[in-house]
Ligand binder design. Structure first.
Ligand code: ASP
Length: 356
């Protein structure tokens, strides 16, 4: 026994050398990971202003210019916040505020009107870092519903508030409150009239196809924004007036977390636009994240799968914008067009409306 003791000693000495070498490797691994985590990541921002029958031939040069200018103004607000080191949540909220304040889009001022001729607004926001989320549905007096969604997320114990209660909460929180007439613009009044007349005709002449195409185009113009900040945090938000001529307190996908909006730092941030009923049933925004997490798809592959296959196969249409954790941007739609813009950390600006 005595004679083999030195062999054991040498064996244990060799073993401890090997372990400390490995320990070195592991430590090295951690420290380079840490370096990666603390290194500022690239930032990016993408917005949409709704998807639908957006065709060049239906738009005057002046209208096109107005949309381009507003998309550019909005995205530059968020881009500046990100460039200055601000949070993706701030970028998303402020960018959407600009679009909500513009009568061009179906969100905030200029929202489509309900069957009674009023505006009922829906919005949601999600923080990809904490998976916190906030949403409001059917508000009538909150000037900027995306800001209410954020306050619900950050200051209340809830995720979602609806109708009068949400309006009351917004007032209590000191958000900007307006008269319900603030949201109503003339061209939305005219569009509602046309749609309601078509509805009456349909009842008498059963022109189902004609009426369906009107319905299809009665909901577009929703706005959304997704941002990735320098700290690697993703956020997404969506704001809308929903569907024209809606009644019975109809709520679409936009304020539903997982349907119209989703963000998760480990995968991506997503904001959708389109025929809300299908986006709810398809859980579209979350589906993108799930396909990446569970199937290992890239953001591009997941967006194609859902928007070009799953949603149309169900009978729906629309699009989405998204950014993954590396800053890769996707703008996918199966409609004729989608108002959209993106900017990267180099300041490169892209604006699109039609399919290219
Ligand atoms: N998705 C919205 C809704 O169904 C409408 C839209 O995006 O245009 O309420």
């Amino acid at each position: 026994m005595k004679s083999i003791a030195p062999i054991f000693l040498v064996f244990f000495w060799l073993l401890s050398c090997h372990q400390s070498q490995n320990q070195g490797k592991i430590d090295q691994g951690f420290s380079s990971l840490e370096k990666l985590e603390t290194k500022p990541k690239s930032f990016a921002i993408v917005i949409h202003g709704g998807a639908g029958t957006i065709l060049r031939e239906n738009m005057s040069a002046e209208q096109e210019r107005q949309y381009r200018d507003k998309l550019e103004e909005a995205i530059k607000v968020g881009h500046q916040i990100l460039k200055d080191g601000g949070s993706s949540l701030d970028a998303v909220e402020r960018t959407i505020n600009v679009l909500e304040d513009s009568p061009l889009f179906n969100a905030g001022k200029g929202a489509v009107l309900t069957n009674e001729g009023t505006a009922e607004l829906d919005a949601s926001i999600m923080d990809g870092k904490t998976l916190n989320a906030g949403a409001s549905a059917g508000t009538k007096t909150v000037k900027n519903p995306i800001s209410l969604a954020r306050v619900i997320m950050e200051k209340s114990p809830h995720v979602m508030m609806a109708s009068q209660g949400a309006d009351i909460y917004a007032n209590e929180q000191g958000l900007s409150i307006v008269d319900p007439s603030y949201f109503i613009v003339e061209n939305r009044v005219q569009s509602l009239k046309r749609l309601q007349e078509a509805e009456k005709k349909k009842k008498t002449s059963q022109k189902q196809g004609f009426y369906d195409s009107k319905i299809k185009d009665s909901k577009f113009g929703t706005v959304g924004c997704v941002a990735l900040d320098k700290n690697g945090n993703l956020a997404a938000g969506t704001s809308t007036g929903g569907m024209m001529n809606k009644r019975w307190g109809r709520v679409g996908d936009s304020p539903i977390i997982g349907a119209g909006t989703y963000a998760n730092n480990s995968t991506c941030g997503v904001s959708c636009t389109g025929w809300g009923e299908f986006f709810i049933r398809g859980m579209v925004a979350y589906d993108i994240s799930a396909l990446m997490a569970y199937k290992g798809m890239t953001l591009k592959e997941a967006a194609k799968e859902v928007i070009q296959k799953k949603v149309p196969e169900m009978g729906g249409d629309g699009g989405l914008i998204a950014i993954d954790k590396t800053g890769e941007v996707v703008m996918e739609f199966n409609t004729a067009g989608m108002f959209r813009a993106s900017m990267n950390d180099q300041g490169d600006l892209y604006i699109g409306m039609f399919s290219e």
